[in-house]
Design a protein around this ligand. Structure first.
Ligand code: PEP
Ligand code: MG
Length: 874
């Protein structure tokens, strides 16, 4: 097959899969040449030749040597220069590349073709011996480094000796001194390394290509391929082109031009240009750098080439790419050459700005704009981020549990957090792990840091829900609760010392680091409109409080997919009534306590229904093990005993009786409803009465969705549904109206999956609880997973944390099974997800494929889910 592919302005040999055959650089230069923009003429040796060369004698296939000679002749005729010519010598640059970026392979080698003779020819041609010798010196250094693996510092030492001997300062000042220096370089190679710099340019070229091929096996490159899953025999392409003398004088230089101002999205060049007068300028004087944007406004006129010509070429490349591009270019003595182009790198706000602008200009479709934005990058728009250019000390690294950065004083208890927050002092709540009673502290804190736990631990879930930055599982930190100190990286921090956490990365940083707070721009909203037009799945939010519900709506949530009612019970009076209910010795006592909770819950629900204005609201019945509500400290126990009018010993005894070995697999979910039906009855009444009242108030019909957690048996659901239906009949009779409501279930246990067809006979909707489902399918505790799952990922045993991204082969397969069974029983059943994966883009793609109706996620993830749902529908 064809080994060598030539290119010059206006003409390039190309193949179907250019990057595969010619490497990134070769393919790009061929593309630029075919777009008729000025490129240095040259050729690329295809990756297939690299494969051919493996095992070839001397490292190069014989046939290639002959073809290289012919290619050089072609290049001589195109450039009007001669390889090894005494006059106007042809000099070459060699740049290798694979079909993807490959760190560790050979860098560029410049000025191949220089030898003791041609350097003099170049010097007299340009009347610039210093430039010619400077190039020769650089060539010897880089050739020796690549081909002989020479240590560059040895050349520095030789230069120092010569400097002292001949008395020059920055570089040799006469041709005699220059000749002496390069002669010493060559002597050094000979005497110290037994190596000779070939004086035949073709030999130089062969050796550089051979050494470039060998660099494929550099340890860094091997490791990179292993990690990225790139095949070992993908191979390297080598591009050879004529040198541009971009470092010659003030008519020369190197620049980078971006086709657009990425901040404004406007089609206007930006970037910079540096004059290439290196070495020839007076000592200490740096050649100036020009701002392309300023140049484009005509503010300065020193650009050594034709700016309008550059602008025209960049436009052409942008139009071809259909996106903002970044172009590396060179100017050699006033003549412009484009060396490389790529899609312009940008921040999330810039990416959105440009995508929206390109749609406006009619250059791309809305669907294309949607696909160009990484949903995860929207986090940058929704939360403050750390000013990365700032200097800081990282104390430890944990799990990125809830995005955004926050700075504040260290506090170790929720009470202390509350006290400081009352004085408007920002705080970071630092705990070993958090419990329901910490929710209060988390609400007032600016950020949360836990020593233990993973990405679905209590702290992580709550923090994401309320949009607080959170880092979990920083095992290298230690809390001394007695001394109120935090021990980190050999330092001891006290309560009140400032720290910064970055919940997008998992960093814990000493002191206050400047934060950047991005604003939601109009473009962001426009992008969301594009997404809403493209997606099929609905997006709801997990919201338990009015604050969350409002923020969910402001982010475009189309209802509430999960209201965890237990989160309503952790505060003040509510937790007291809850404790009274749990610790009562009989049903009558529980009913009395529940009577107190009823109006509180009803008014909570009314508020939620009002905020959601007729959108669907799924309310889940009480789920967590009851002991989570129990008093823990002695003071709380004393208070509870007084409230109940019993002895402290009785309270303690009752608490001990409620203790469980495995609370997450214990007395929780619908099991509570079956033990204490009065809880269901009270909650159902609160929900249904609220629906009537909110409906009357707002005029929007409210259809509450009552959701039963942790079902594994159809009969469990029958039991609970019967209670709900009975209450509904009572409420309708009392209020003299009819109420539309749905009763459905969470699917979060393997048995419920297997029996989904029979459960769907009762359930009017399913919501997959992927947190518990993953926990029970894997048999991995979601609260302890952080301790070992990261090792699994590092060891390559799993690719990703299955709590974050759905495990398609295992848990995903089961979800698919349940969907199929449910629809067989009840074709119009509503199917959603309310576990954390509801906000994870990769999981959302799977849920789209599986045909779910909606996903539900933390309010702050709603925009991410909207975009991800759109991408997966396109
Ligand atoms: C779940 O298990 O996925 C779920 C949403 O419920 P919770 O996280 O409250 O257990
Ligand atoms: Mg659950």
């Amino acid at each position: 097959s064809k080994r060598i592919f030539t290119f010059r302005r206006g003409a390039a040999d190309r193949t179907a899969d250019a990057a595969e055959a010619l490497g990134l650089k070769g393919a790009n230069l061929a593309l630029l040449a075919s777009l008729d923009v000025p490129v240095p003429p040259g050729f690329t040796i295809a990756t297939s030749v690299w494969r051919e060369a493996q095992g070839a004698e001397g490292g190069l296939p014989q046939a290639l040597r002959a073809e290289l000679r012919a290619a050089i002749e072609w290049l001589e005729s195109v450039t009007g220069r001669r390889f090894d010519g005494d006059r106007r010598p042809l000099l070459l640059a060699v740049r290798s590349s694979a079909r993807v970026q490959m760190p560790g392979v050979a860098e560029t080698v410049l000025d191949i073709g220089l030898n003791d003779r041609t350097v003099e020819g170049l010097a007299s041609e340009l009347s610039d011996p210093a430039f010619a010798y400077r190039s020769y010196r650089r060539f010897i250094e880089s050739y020796a480094a690549l081909v002989f693996d020479a240590d560059p510092s040895q050349f520095e030492e030789i230069a120092d000796e010569e400097r002292e001997r001949a008395g020059w300062i920055v570089e040799p000042e006469t041709p005699v001194d220059w000749r002496a220096l390069v002669a010493r370089y060559q002597d050094h190679l000979d005497s110290e390394m037994g190596a000779v710099l070939p004086q035949t340019p073709l030999e130089q070229l062969f050796s550089v290509i051979t050494a470039s091929y060998a660099s494929w096996r550099n340890p860094l490159a091997v490791a990179h391929r292993l990690i990225q899953g790139i095949p070992e025999n993908a191979g390297l392409a080598v591009t050879v082109h004529a040198m541009i003398f971009n470092e010659r004088n003030y008519h020369s230089g190197t620049g980078r031009a971006v086709s657009r101002d990425l901040r404004s999205g406007q089609s206007r060049l930006s970037g910079e240009f540096g004059f290439g007068a290196r070495g020839s300028s007076a000592i200490g004087e740096k050649p100036p750098v020009l701002d392309m944007a300023e140049l484009a406004t005509g503010a300065c006129r020193e650009f050594p080439a034709d700016l309008s010509e550059l602008t025209r070429h960049v436009r052409r490349i942008e139009a071809h790419a259909g996106d903002a591009v970044e172009v590396d270019f060179m100017v050699g003595d006033g003549e412009l050459f484009l060396m490389q182009s790529r899609i312009a790198r940008r921040t999330a706000p810039e990416a959105i700005r440009v995508a929206v602008e390109l749609v406006k200009e009619g250059l791309i479709e809305e669907s294309e704009a949607i696909l160009r934005i990484d949903p995860a990058s929207l986090d940058q728009l929704l939360h403050p981020t750390i000013e990365r250019s700032a200097d800081f000390v990282v104390l430890g690294r944990g799990m990125p549990a809830s995005p955004g950065a926050a700075t504040g004083e260290i506090v170790f208890t929720s009470e202390r957090a509350q006290a400081l927050a009352n004085e408007n002092r920002p705080v970071i709540l630092v705990r070993n792990e958090t419990y329901p009673e910490d929710i209060h502290g988390m609400h007032v804190a600016d950020g949360v840091l836990t020593i233990r736990g993973g990405t679905t631990s209590h702290a992580a879930v709550v923090a994401r829900g309320i949009g607080k930055p959170c880092v979990t599982g920083v095992g290298s930190l230690r809390i001394n609760a007695e001394r109120k100190t935090l021990h980190a990286a050999g330092r001891v921090l006290k309560e009140g010392d400032r720290i910064t956490i970055d919940g997008s990365i998992g960093d814990v940083i000493e002191g206050a680091v400047p934060l950047v707070r991005p604003s939601l721009t109009g473009d962001f909203a426009t992008l969301m409109e594009f997404a809403d037009r493209a997606r099929r799945m609905r997006v709801r939010a997990n919201a338990d409080t009015p604050i969350e519900a409002r923020s969910a709506r402001s982010f475009g949530a189309e209802g509430i997919g999960l209201c965890r009612t237990e989160h309503m019970f952790f505060e003040g009076d509510r937790v007291r009534a809850m404790r009274e209910m749990i610790l009562s010795s009989d049903e009558a006592g529980r009913r009395t306590a529940l009577e107190k909770l009823l109006p509180i819950q009803r008014s909570d629900f009314i508020e939620l229904f009002e905020i959601m204005a007729g959108l669907p609201v799924t309310i889940r019945l009480l789920d967590p093990p009851l002991h989570e509500f129990l008093p823990k400290s002695d003071a709380e126990i004393t208070e509870t005993a007084a409230m109940l009018g019993v002895d402290e010993a009785v309270v303690k005894h009752r608490i001990a009786a409620l203790e469980e070995f495995n609370p997450m697999l214990g007395h929780r979910g619908c099991r509570l409803a079956i033990s204490y039906p009065e809880i269901v009855e009270t909650q159902a009444r609160a929900i249904l009465e609220a629906a009537v009242e909110a409906g009357e108030k707002t005029g929007d019909a409210v259809v509450p969705e009552i959701m039963v957690p942790l079902i594994s048996l159809r009969k469990e659901l029958d039991f609970v549904k019967e209670r709900v239906d009975r209450v509904a009949e009572l409420v309708m009779a009392e209020r003299g109206c009819s109420i539309n409501y749905l009763v459905g279930t969470m699917i979060e246990l393997p048995r419920a999956i297997v029996r989904a067809d029979t459960i769907a006979e009762v359930a009017e909707f399913f919501s997959f609880g992927t947190n518990d489902l993953t926990q029970t399918v894997y048999g991995i505790s979601r609260d302890d997973a952080g301790n070992f799952l990261s090792t699994y990922v590092r060891q390559g045993i799993i690719e990703r944390d299955p709590f974050q991204t759905v495990d398609v082969e295992g848990v995903g397969e089961l979800i698919g099974l349940a969907v199929e069974k449910a629809r067989r029983t009840r074709p119009d059943i509503s199917l959603g997800v309310c576990g954390e994966q509801g906000g994870d883009p990769a999981s959302i793609a799977f849920f789209e494929q599986t045909g779910l109706d909606y996903v539900s996620c933390s309010p702050f993830r709603v925009p991410i889910a909207r975009l991800a749902a759109a991408q997966s529908a396109i």
